[in-house]
Design a protein around this ligand. Structure first.
Ligand SMILES: O=C(O)[C@H](O)C(=O)CO
Ligand SMILES: [Mg+2]
Length: 259
């Protein structure tokens, strides 16, 4: 059975961020991820991981002005220098947190930005980042995010687009981050897609749809999905990246589907 991680940006938000590590451990998680580590000293995060015997599974590269609505800068030609600085900052944190996987958010493509120029910028940025990360033994994930509900304009919004990018970049440490929630919205056909793309999948996240709440609140058959991922031999992390419908404690019934 794959290992389960808690996304601390969405789960356990009933308590302050630094207290969520302990809550994750008490709930039975062995790994954690969250959007960004950069506002906390790496040593503090490292301590929280160690105290709770948790693995830092993933975090995102700096995304630009998140509060101002940016969702990554990797496809933006006028932000290449900032992108590279962000990669170096992420490496510092990944080293301290012993994290072997980071996610690159491609960004929202402005309507007036030429598609080919955005694509070329993304390819070159990903290649540059992957080279820096390769030397550290870190995998660079690229997530396809739905552009129908949550992020209109997100540049990588299907698994096919991420696969095209992976082919062009052609580096062993660049992988697809497959989020079952986003892909249910954009594509459906979850299990067949995972089966086809398994060798290129570096990380999986989940939430039910619609609503982005816990398994059992929507249309995805999670007992089949978890069982099938196991049958397919997926041995990576499965991260719970959902907004609890009520409280986090009440949302964790899906754990029973995994034993
Ligand atoms: O929203 C998601 O699915 C992500 O995984 C993320 O990290 C950025 O929003
Ligand atoms: Mg996700």
């Amino acid at each position: 059975m794959p290992q389960f991680a808690a996304n601390l940006s969405m789960l356990f938000t009933e308590v302050p961020f630094m207290e969520r590590f302990e809550q994750a451990r008490l709930a039975g998680f062995t790994g954690v991820e969250y959007l960004f580590p950069y506002e906390w000293p790496a040593a503090e995060l490292q301590q929280a991981l160690r105290t709770n015997s948790l693995t830092q599974v993933l975090f995102n590269l700096p995304p630009g002005d998140w509060g101002g609505g940016e969702r990554g800068i990797a496809c933006l030609p006028d932000r290449v220098e900032e992108f590279r600085e962000g990669v170096l900052q992420a490496i510092e944190y990944a080293r301290a947190l012993e994290c072997t996987r980071v996610n690159c958010l491609a960004g929202l493509k402005p309507a007036d930005l030429d598609e080919d120029l955005a694509w070329q910028t993304l390819v070159e940025n990903v290649r540059w980042a992957a080279k820096q990360l390769e030397a550290e033994g870190i995998t660079l994930c690229l997530e396809a995010i739905n552009s129908r509900v949550d992020m209109p304009g997100f540049f990588l919004d299907t698994s096919a687009r991420v696969m095209r990018l992976l082919e062009e970049v052609d580096m062993d440490n660049v992988r697809l981050q497959y989020d079952l929630y986003h892909m249910q919205i954009m594509e459906g056909d979850l299990l067949r897609t995972v089966e086809c793309l398994l060798p290129w999948i570096g990380h999986i996240q989940f939430a039910d749809n619609p609503g982005r709440h816990e398994p059992g609140t929507g249309e995805i058959n999670f007992s089949n999905v978890f069982r099938e991922l196991d049958n397919l031999g997926y041995n990576g992390w499965l991260s719970a990246e959902y907004r609890p419908a009520t409280t986090t404690a009440e949302s964790l019934g899906w754990f029973q589907l995994t034993s």
